[in-house]
Design a protein around this ligand. Structure first.
Ligand code: KG4
Ligand code: ZN
Length: 327
């Protein structure tokens, strides 16, 4: 059964529009991490089309797993267990990854580790070469979620606050759409904002009680600003609008992080998720720990990383496991 050669965790992630597979060691060293983004496929629709995503995952999941094995110079005989995202995310997309992971695990009689996507994002911080040790205060900001977590240990965390409406990444994506930028919009706004003046416009961010967030009003404010401009004016002011809009999102996130740090007394702060790739956010929180950019957006190395602290489901019990769209 478990020979000395079996030391790698194969991670599989298909919760949204990235088909990803990775091989990670027990110590958190990334041996390979392959991410095949479908962004271009969905760009013409201005967002992810769930059915299109599922079909594409189906085409890509096996080649991506093969590529991850090849890049690590490994075979399935080197794999100790399979880690896979079980949710939250697009249900059809999740099912493709889960079915693929089950099939690979079953064929080799390996155990399977179901991983929550959000635990995966947090576990991006536990990878080599600079793994972070809990406890820390964690801002998780992605396309689907925005939350503040008190991470007490590798297995214990408390939710301190979350968004009441749009996620921060969603605010970036919707703003980018209003500005006529491509999808996904966060990176586009980030790039354009470097040429703009963040104080050109004042976009108000709603202050909600506690440590929660609210971003839905922001896109409406941008909509009103954009509506007043004709095509030429929009062209001339696009970078200022992008910089000001980004500034409003970043300021709201940073304020909440500071308040949460004060309330919890946590000295170490970390940022994870796609929005943690934002250059203005990283600059505004210079002391915060953050994974390299490629590990902020969806990937499978973080899923394999998280699996190190989750009990594996033995063969063949996991065949009955289901995916979940939301928590
Ligand atoms: O974590 P992630 O890849 O997927 C989810 O779990 O949702 O996050 C994707 C989100 C998208 O909304 C995208 O626009 C945003 O992260 N994002 C960024 C940047 N790169 C990706 N937002 C702001 N600045 C960036 N550089
Ligand atoms: Zn994610």
């Amino acid at each position: 059964m478990e020979g000395p050669g079996r030391t790698l965790i194969l991670g599989v992630e298909t919760s949204c529009d990235e088909t990803a597979a990775a091989l990670v060691t027990e110590e958190g060293e990334i041996r390979s991490s392959v991410v095949s983004s479908q962004a271009e496929l969905h760009a013409r629709y201005g967002g992810v089309v769930p059915e299109v995503a599922s079909r594409r995952h189906l085409e890509l999941v096996t080649p991506v797993i093969r590529e991850a094995l090849a890049e690590a110079d490994a075979g399935l005989q080197d794999v100790d267990r399979i880690a896979v995202t079980r949710g939250p995310g697009l249900i059809g997309a999740l099912l493709v990854g889960l079915a693929a992971a089950k099939a690979v695990a079953w064929s080799r009689r390996l155990p399977l580790v179901p991983v929550d996507h959000l635990d995966g994002h947090v576990a991006s911080l536990y990878l080599q070469p600079d793994p972070l040790d809990p406890p820390f205060l964690c801002l998780l900001a992605s396309g689907g979620h925005t939350m503040l977590l008190d991470v007490r240990s590798h297995t214990e965390r408390e939710l301190l606050g979350s968004t009441l409406d749009d996620a921060a990444g969603e605010a970036f994506d919707k703003g980018a759409r209003l500005l006529g930028l491509g999808y996904p919009g966060g990176r586009e706004i980030d790039r354009l904002a470097r040429e703009g003046d963040p104080s050109a416009y004042v976009f108000p961010v709603a202050r909600v009680p506690g440590l929660d967030f609210s971003f839905s009003g922001l896109k409406t404010a941008l909509l009103y600003a954009v509506r007043e401009l004709d095509a030429d004016e929009l062209e001339a002011r696009r970078s200022n609008l992008a910089a000001s809009y980004q500034h409003a999102i970043v300021r709201a996130l940073v304020e909440r992080v500071r308040e949460a740090a004060e309330q919890t007394g946590r000295e170490q702060v970390a940022i994870v998720g796609g929005v943690a790739a934002n250059s203005a956010l990283r600059a505004a929180l210079p002391d915060a720990a953050a994974a390299p950019l490629a590990l902020c957006t969806d990937n499978a190395a973080m899923i394999a990383s998280a699996a190190r602290w989750i009990d594996a489901v033995p063969y063949p019990k996991y065949l009955a496991l289901d995916a979940y769209a939301s928590r």
